[in-house]
Design a binder for this molecule. Structure first.
Ligand SMILES: C[S@@+](CC[C@H](N)C(=O)[O-])C[C@H]1O[C@@H](n2cnc3c(N)ncnc32)[C@H](O)[C@@H]1O
Length: 266
């Protein structure tokens, strides 16, 4: 979709890959048959930045592979364990908050203004503070047991063992066992099940929460002849059509890399 030249330019003008992700990227290319399944530098930076914007407390990832996107999102999730039990960074007297450092008002600086949860004029139930929910957590599900040791090694190297919970097994069996309300779900596993994952997780997402689904342009095959589509392409096409017609959500296809569907639960 994007020329190699523009891709190289974009990567060169994006905050460099954190060393742990660069190492994981390299090792995945050396050890895996399909290393291109990994999100990579640009998409990883985008997922990290989404997390910095949304500030989710609970993230679910479906499809870990070697752990790149899980670690990228984990690095972007705020309220690290170091802050547990302390006021949020934005309210620490005398200390610049991350937002203030970037020259932008921090959430703490916006005190007194209605929060996004109340802007619609609808009172919402009080949201427990991150520390009341046990800190920020990302659950990630991977069916391929052979990947487990490598994933755990890099979660450890990233210092995210307290934040990332790895589940090995079938996503459709594991998700119902996780008793959580999700702020963000990243769908990136087997394509024929995309719609099943969507239907399973949408009721578990808080209003205003997000789903991001990867590969929704599927190397351009989504615009091909429907009669000649393989099972994976049909799964993606069915998912894209259903989401677009679903009145419970707003959606946007970002033509980044292989296409990211960004979905907001209304
Ligand atoms: C595209 S890769 C994920 C890439 C990863 N999210 C990243 O960006 O680095 C898809 C992964 O989903 C896993 N997967 C496929 N079917 C699954 C299932 N039913 N349950 C859980 N994981 C599954 C595959 O084994 C594979 O590792």
């Amino acid at each position: 979709m994007m020329s190699d030249l523009l891709l190289a330019y974009s990567e060169a003008h994006t905050t460099p890959e954190p060393p742990v992700l660069a190492g994981l990227n390299r090792e995945t290319h050396l050890s895996q048959v399909y290393p291109q399944m990994l999100s990579g530098h640009l998409q990883g930076a985008l997922l990290r930045m989404f997390c910095q914007m949304i500030r989710p407390e609970r993230v679910l990832e479906i499809g870990t592979f070697t752990g790149y996107s899980a670690i990228a999102m984990g690095l972007g999730m705020t309220s690290p364990p170091a802050f547990a039990g302390m006021p949020s960074p934005g309210t620490l007297a005398g200390m610049p908050s991350p937002g203030a450092l970037a020259g932008m008002p921090s959430p703490g600086a916006l005190a007194g203004m209605p929060s996004p949860r109340t802007l619609a004029g609808m009172p919402s139930p009080p949201t427990p503070l991150p520390q009341e929910r046990g800190g920020v957590l990302l659950h990630t599900v991977e069916v391929n047991r052979e990947l487990e040791d490598g994933i755990r090694k890099f979660i450890h190297e990233a210092g995210l063992e307290d934040r990332i919970v790895l589940h090995i097994g079938e996503a459709l069996e594991i998700i119902p066992l996780l008793n959580e309300v999700w702020d963000l779900v990243f769908i990136d596993a087997d394509k024929p099940n995309y719609l099943n994952y969507y239907n399973m997780v949408l009721p578990l997402i808080r209003p205003g929460g997000f789903i991001i689904a990867d590969n929704v342009l599927w190397d351009g095959k989504v615009t091909g002849d429907p009669a000649k589509m393989d099972k994976d392409t049909r799964g993606i096409v069915e998912f894209n059509k259903f989401v677009h017609q679903d009145e419970r959500v707003e959606n946007l296809i970002l033509p980044v890399r292989d296409g990211l569907m960004v979905i907001r639960k209304i």
